[in-house]
Design a protein around this ligand. Structure first.
Ligand SMILES: [Zn+2]
Length: 140
């Protein structure tokens, strides 16, 4: 059966118990083999962890992976910037277009020209056309 004081070993080891409990637990450990063994195990683990070099405690990323990650970030930054420029350009163009159409009530010069050109471009039937039409009519 486990010692009822066993859950306190870790707190005692970390000196997290209140002062009076800290000293009474030390006395308990003198008579309890189970708590003494657990305390020894924690001390060994703590010594092992503090002896390990700092760099070995966290997983190291391979240099090539770091490089790849850096390139991906640069790529993402580039495309974000490009998207922002396109978005801004489109916004400015739309703003200009809406400003143009709201301020001018009259048709623009190119619009007027397009309409008049269409009317002017329609050729009046000349004598040759009339003759051709007459010839085809006679064939039937
Ligand atoms: Zn105990």
């Amino acid at each position: 059966m486990d010692c009822p004081q066993l859950p306190k070993v870790s707190a005692y080891h970390d000196r997290a118990l209140p002062e009076h409990e800290q000293s009474s637990f030390a006395q308990h450990c003198e008579s309890c083999a189970q708590c003494r063994l657990e305390l020894a195990r924690l001390e060994r683990l703590s010594a092992f962890l503090s002896s390990a070099p700092l760099d070995d405690r966290r997983p190291r990323m391979a240099f090539s992976a770091q490089l790849q990650q850096k390139r991906m970030l640069q790529f993402a930054q580039f495309f974000t910037a490009a998207a922002a420029i396109v978005f801004l350009g489109c916004g400015i163009a739309l703003l200009r277009m809406s400003n143009d159409s709201s301020t001018t009530t009259q048709a623009r010069s190119w619009e007027r020209l397009a309409i008049t050109q269409q009317i002017d471009a329609a050729p009046a039937p000349d004598e040759e056309d009339i003759l051709v039409q007459a010839l085809f009519r006679e064939d039937r």
